[in-house]
Write a protein that binds this ligand. Structure first.
Ligand code: NAP
Length: 334
């Protein structure tokens, strides 16, 4: 049987386990040109909250009763496509389920020699690529500039800070616990980190960025964005990547004071990583060697078993994850 987690109902604020249902479906059939694969790793990401809602957005919602969406790393069980063989490792978008079958064009073959296979949906997948595009294409940091990034220990934030270090920037993280702050400074090499739950944000940012903020990579919106706007430098750039602080809000959030953007001739620009797929080869060319050599580090928070996906996903909105959140759906067979 094919274990699946499906969307049962749409949440109006914070999702609960009642919004999901687990079910056993028959094994998918494999037709000519298709590849049947078994999920090894499932990525859990904040954007999935948006797909649970039918409010207008940049992507269609998951239908009620459908399998929740998500990036996956899988092992081929049966191939009726000339480019794939049994046991190949592939990256795809198979969602919260143990098996999937579809045309070969839906999956990308992975070379396990490049880096551990789980990185294909983390440091070397959509989250790492988001960091690359938002930082290098939108913010374009210069040597010596100060870069601040929120959700700093997470999948995107941890990559933003380390990529900014490769350009000789001063890097300051914002994170939600002392352990996360210590991790980004001591393990990832950030210059400083502000704990937004315990520090007085504006003075803490001023002291961490004595020369002001040139780039703010915003993953969270809300109070952290409002505080960083008060310490912006002239010509600052803000790639607006995510606003996780309001993903579960039932009322539209009250906006920050945008006047500092005007005064400082600063730029804020929203972006969606899937609009930039032409840059994926450049991303892998630059970042895969850094990950393989250990110059760029990544931390994974791996939960065992598809049936634990719901509780792990809900933890994203409380900061319970520490690093890229993944579900180990099954073991790799060698
Ligand atoms: N634009 C795009 O194309 C794109 C692509 C990928 C991701 N994103 C966005 O990037 C952001 C980070 O994603 P990720 O995958 O790297 O997740 P992540 O950072 O690995 O996990 C989410 C983290 O967000 C923080 N958080 C949760 N609730 C918060 C709140 N109310 N206020 C402030 N921080 C809060 C928590 O860290 P703390 O403990 O530090 O609070 C939590 O661990 C999300 O907003 C996501 O939607 C955008």
């Amino acid at each position: 049987m094919n274990r699946q987690i499906r969307l049962k109902s749409r949440p109006s604020s914070l999702p609960t386990p009642a919004n999901f249902e687990a079910a056993d479906a028959p094994m998918p059939a494999v037709r000519d040109g298709e590849v049947l694969r078994r999920t090894i790793f499932l990525s859990l990401d904040p954007y999935m909250r948006g797909r649970m809602s039918d409010a207008p957005s940049y992507a269609a919602p998951v239908e009620i009763g459908a399998v929740m969406c998500g990036h996956t790393v899988s092992q081929v069980v049966e191939s009726r496509h000339p480019d794939f063989r049994r046991d190949d490792i592939v990256a795809g978008y198979d969602g919260w389920q143990a098996f999937a079958a579809s045309p070969g064009k839906d999956v990308r073959k992975l070379d396990p020699a490049v880096a551990p296979i789980s990185t294909a949906i983390g440091a070397l997948g959509m989250p790492g690529f988001t960091a690359f595009v938002g930082l290098f294409d939108i913010a374009q940091p210069r040597t010596g500039e100060s870069v601040v990034v929120s959700a700093a220990s997470g999948a995107v934030g941890s990559m933003v800070g380390q990529l900014a270090k490769t350009r000789g920037c001063r890097v300051v993280g914002v994170a939600g616990s002392g352990d996360k702050c210590r991790f980004v400074v001591e393990e990832l090499g950030f210059d400083a980190c502000v704990n937004y739950k315990t520090d007085d944000l504006v003075p803490a940012l001023r002291s961490a960025c004595p020369d002001g903020v040139d780039v703010y990579f915003d993953n969270v919106g809300g109070a952290v964005l409002a505080a960083v706007l008060r310490v912006l430098n002239r010509g600052a750039r803000i790639p607006l990547c995510g606003t996780i602080s309001d993903y579960n809000a039932s009322e539209p959030p009250s906006g920050p004071n945008l006047r500092p953007l005007l005064v400082n001739r600063a730029m804020i620009k929203g972006f969606i990583v899937s609009d930039h797929t032409d840059r994926f080869p450049a991303f892998l060319k630059e970042v895969a060697p850094l990950v393989r050599q250990g110059t760029i580090k990544y931390r994974e928070d791996i939960v065992d078993g598809l049936d634990n996906a719901v509780s792990a996903f809900l933890g994203l909105f409380e900061g319970r994850n520490f690093g890229k959140l993944l579900v180990r759906v099954s073991d790799l067979e060698r």
